[in-house]
Design a protein around this ligand. Structure first.
Ligand SMILES: Nc1ncnc2c1ncn2[C@@H]1O[C@H](COP(=O)(O)OP(=O)(O)OP(=O)(O)O)[C@@H](O)[C@H]1O
Length: 224
């Protein structure tokens, strides 16, 4: 599903954020990416979403060589990826339903189909009864779950999440991670950047450890 071959990323200004990164992720795996602040976790996810381009090396996603994807084909690649960010970037002047429906509007889904899929996504994150609420009236955790519903509404084969539990209390963090694990159980590939080692250990999934842009470990802890 994901193939990184000797990938490096040097930002303008000369900083090498990733250095010679090679790894593979199989379809249906759930993998954590961890490491110190500035280790390159976000950069790795941005390369997958073609938000940034690699300086060297090859990235293949679902058979597509991301280095060769033309600018105009980027939206098509992104449709296959559900992206979750820590600052969930919800539209505050639109209700929960509209926020989750956003990606479907882009692909031109009909009204009935949209309503069905939005409600299914909200149901998964336990927010079906809040569809008409304004995001500002929701708690941080609920807003985070709206962001997750929006990422999965298009049923993408891959979900990438950058610190999805940052700013959440430990119990809510576990709930959010369990939600991602449920997506994996139905076949979705999940890649999560997190520095919460305690939570990562608890989940018992594969872990990639970055240190100054290099992959220094790739292991699977025993679930706690
Ligand atoms: N747009 C950019 N231009 C220049 N340097 C950047 C840019 N984005 C990130 N960097 C640098 O690249 C390095 C890796 O950053 P990245 O955000 O990938 O790390 P991270 O592991 O996600 O860190 P954190 O846990 O703090 O979010 C950092 O040193 C950062 O300062």
């Amino acid at each position: 599903m994901i193939h990184f071959d000797n990938v490096s990323k040097r930002y303008a200004g000369g900083h090498e954020a990733l250095n010679g990164l090679s790894f593979d992720v199989e379809a249906g795996e759930m993998v954590f990416v961890t490491g110190h602040s500035g280790a390159g976790k976000t950069t790795l996810l941005k390369l997958l979403g073609i938000i940034e381009r690699p300086s060297r090396g090859e990235i293949v996603l679902n058979g597509a060589d991301l280095g060769r994807v033309r600018q105009r084909s980027i939206p098509q690649v992104r449709r296959g990826i559900g992206m979750v960010f820590q600052n969930h970037r919800l539209l505050m002047d639109r209700c929960v339903f509209d926020n989750v429906a956003l990606p479907l509007g882009i692909v031109g889904a009909g009204r009935e189909e949209t309503a069905k899929r939005v409600r299914a996504a909200l149901d998964k994150v336990g927010l079906l009864d809040r569809e008409r609420a304004a995001p500002a009236t929701l708690s941080t955790g609920e807003q985070q779950r709206v962001g997750i519903a929006r990422a999965l509404v298009g049923k993408p084969p891959l979900i990438i999440a950058d610190e999805p539990t940052g700013n959440l209390d430990p119990q809510l963090s576990v709930e959010i991670m369990n939600l991602f694990a449920e997506f994996q159980q139905v076949g979705t590939t999940v890649l999560i950047a997190s520095h919460d080692l305690h939570l990562i250990r608890h989940m018992g999934k594969r872990v990639l450890v970055l240190d100054h842009g290099q992959l220094i470990d790739d292991f699977r802890p025993q679930a706690a």
